[in-house]
Design a protein around this ligand. Structure first.
Ligand code: GDP
Ligand code: ZN
Length: 448
């Protein structure tokens, strides 16, 4: 791992725009003289000092507070100074410019958090959760991020890692002493312990998938022939008049997208052009786009008019849908048949009878969307996993199972356990190559 960089960096830490307070943050080695220069006296650690901020020629930029956090008790683990002024974009820029004159350079995106990681203040999973907390779009996601930040996920991952190390030592000891054999491992209950780790990885993966749902949501695409009520259903789900609803078949030509939340899960719902044979050039473009949307969908909601039921045209659409994608069929316009909304399951296919226009049965569809998404309300257990974490957990899981399969080839077993440990370590950053670190931190914004 690279040595921690040690030059002086500065950035505006508060969000762009106007606010009551704005903060410029500095991090680097030995900042006491700089702090003294800015506030005109020796600053005390972690105490707020009233200060006047002056430019190079002595003109007043702003007045506010200076906070000085000497290393190592700071966010980055280096000396940190925070200058709190009034939160206007111009005054913040002037204050930042002054810091640059005093020898700082502009921080790169995520550089403060990167330093915190390199100085051992946070592990990689915690550093990522700083970004996740800031970017959280629902309260559930924010709660999950802050649990990761305080180290819950990291502690579990380290626990797994320690157990893998113990097992590796056991297996390798068996290899080193030829007169020890499998019986020795059986006695040490090694196989049970590997099985327990596999089970724990399964459970963590499930919670991580839930978190991934919470973070990324689900892409839902509404498809069906013209006039079955796709736009009406999107409006009903979104609760606003977003898509254009008309009586003229073929009016929704562009894909329209709404993001709604059900139990904190973001659902990105796309309304599409009605799928039908057409000679209209513009409509053809809309239909081509619909097929592109369908390719990216997690769930396809196929609408039909309850009065017509499934027609030959619907069967033709069905035949072209990608395999493996979740489908729900909605029989819309039950109000026209004075029919009650309901959910019917036959041969594994689910049909929801509802009325988009009258709003009956919408809750059945919402529940069904959560069900096919695989959401099972873990509550506080959810891990706000990133794709990278899911990949590492899946890899570790596969390796642990391979280790179990190799119980009669102990060298292989030791190697699989080693690879499992490596995969787990990647989550907290112990084995993370520098270029990957670069990618992770570059996605942060400046000032973080
Ligand atoms: P799309 O072409 O599939 O997007 O269909 P629209 O949402 O534009 O609806 C076509 C027509 O069907 C409009 O006149 C809607 O008011 C009507 N419609 C949609 N849903 C219902 C429903 O549940 N009941 C009734 N009675 N009419 C509906
Ligand atoms: Zn429409």
């Amino acid at each position: 791992m690279a040595n921690p960089p040690s030059d002086l960096i500065a950035a505006i830490a508060t969000a762009p725009g106007r606010g009551g307070i704005g903060v410029v943050r500095l991090s680097g080695p030995n900042l006491a003289p700089l702090a003294a220069r800015i506030c005109g006296r020796e600053p005390q650690a972690r105490l707020a000092h009233f200060a006047r901020f002056h430019d190079a020629s002595g003109g007043l930029i702003d007045e506010g507070l200076l906070l000085y956090f000497p290393a190592p008790h700071s966010f980055t683990g280096e000396d940190v100074i925070e200058l709190q002024g009034h939160g206007g974009p111009v005054v913040m820029q002037m204050l930042l410019a002054r810091c640059l004159e005093l020898g700082a350079r502009l921080a790169e995106p995520g550089e403060f958090t990167r330093r915190a990681f390199l100085n051992g203040k946070l592990d990689l999973a915690q550093a990522e959760s700083v970004a996740d907390l800031i970017e959280a779009s629902t309260a559930a996601a924010a709660r999950s991020a802050v649990r990761s930040l305080t180290g819950n996920f990291s502690t579990e991952v380290r626990g797994l890692c320690d157990r893998l190390i113990d097992l590796r030592m056991l297996v390798e000891a068996t290899l080193d002493f030829p007169d020890e054999d499998v019986d020795f491992l059986v006695e040490a209950r090694a196989f049970e312990r590997i099985e327990a780790i596999a089970a724990e990885l399964t459970a963590i993966l499930d919670r991580a998938r839930q978190g991934s749902l919470l973070r990324n949501g689900l892409h839902v695409v509404l498809v069906g022939q013209p006039n079955v009520g796709k736009s009406s259903l999107l409006n009903r789900l979104a609760g606003i008049d977003r898509a254009i609803v008309t009586d003229i078949a073929g009016t929704t030509r562009d894909a329209l997208r709404e993001t709604i939340q059900i139990e904190g899960i973001p659902l990105h719902i796309t309304d599409t052009a009605g799928l039908r044979e057409t000679t209209d050039e513009v409509e053809k473009i809309g239909i081509a786009r619909t097929w592109q949307e369908i390719e990216r969908a997690d769930v396809i909601v196929r609408l039909v008019d309850v009065r017509d039921g499934l027609t030959a045209a619907d069967a033709a659409i069905d035949a072209r849908l990608p395999a493996g994608v979740e489908r729900i069929t909605v029989f819309n316009k039950v109000d026209l048949q004075a029919r009650q909304p309901e959910r019917i399951e036959a041969d594994g296919a689910v049909g929801i009878y509802l009325s988009a226009k009258a709003g009956q049965g919408i809750e059945l569809l919402r529940a069904e969307l959560l069900r096919v998404a695989g959401w099972h309300r873990h509550g506080e257990d959810v891990i706000l996993a990133r794709e990278r974490h899911l990949i590492a957990l899946r890899e570790a899981h596969a390796r642990v199972h391979a280790a179990l399969d190799a119980r009669h080839a102990l060298e292989l077993m030791a190697e699989e356990l080693r690879l499992a440990q490596e995969a787990v370590n990647e989550i907290t950053g112990e084995f993370t190559p520098d270029d990957l670190l670069g990618v992770i931190f570059s996605r942060f914004c400046i000032g973080k």
